[in-house]
Design a protein around this ligand. Structure first.
Ligand SMILES: [Zn+2]
Length: 171
């Protein structure tokens, strides 16, 4: 008899290092990127000289069997040996946004949860902070608007601006 299964994480180029079941009935999966190097933020060239592991970051991910699930990763910095002062650049991976506390897969899940629901509803059901969802919405909306096409913003009448979402925020 076997009552365990293997579930793919559906994230490319990571290694699972450790699996932790916390006392709070949550799952923490420590992962490591197998992608080597990044691009210098000053000159843009590919750099592969390893500098250090930053502090750990923990990202909310899709739940596993209803349990809150997190990915833990230590982002790596690389040094550019060609630029003056040898600046370091942190490796950014495509499956999370450095401004977010969630993986992109979980953000997509939250966006779906927001259909016909308020931020407060989703915050309660998912047990996630109001600010995290608001930040996600701001980034999500920001991606959809091409501000370069907005040239007459200054003539929009005050009463044509929709009420702020903040009004539904709980005290
Ligand atoms: Zn450089």
């Amino acid at each position: 008899m076997c009552n365990t299964i293997e579930i793919p994480l559906d994230i490319d180029e990571i290694d699972v290092k450790r699996l932790i079941f916390t006392d709070c009935d949550e799952i923490v999966i420590e992962v490591e990127s197998t992608v080597k190097g990044t691009y210098c933020h000053q000159c843009g060239q590919k750099i592969i000289k390893y500098d250090e592991c930053n502090r750990e970051i923990i990202l909310r991910h899709l739940p596993i069997l209803g349990k809150k699930t997190y990915l833990l990763i230590k982002p790596v910095r690389y040094t550019c040996e060609d630029c003056d002062n040898h600046p370091t650049t942190m490796q950014i991976l495509p499956w999370y946004d450095e401004r977010s506390s969630c993986t992109k897969a979980y953000e997509q899940h939250l966006i779906l949860m927001l259909l016909n629901s308020t931020i407060t509803d989703v915050s309660c059901k998912e047990d996630i902070g109001w600010d995290a969802i608001e930040g996600l919405l701001d980034r999500f909306i920001g991606q959809k608007i091409d501000w370069s096409n907005v040239t007459k913003l200054n003539i929009i009448a005050q009463d044509s601006i929709p009420p702020k979402r903040r009004q539904s925020r709980p005290k």
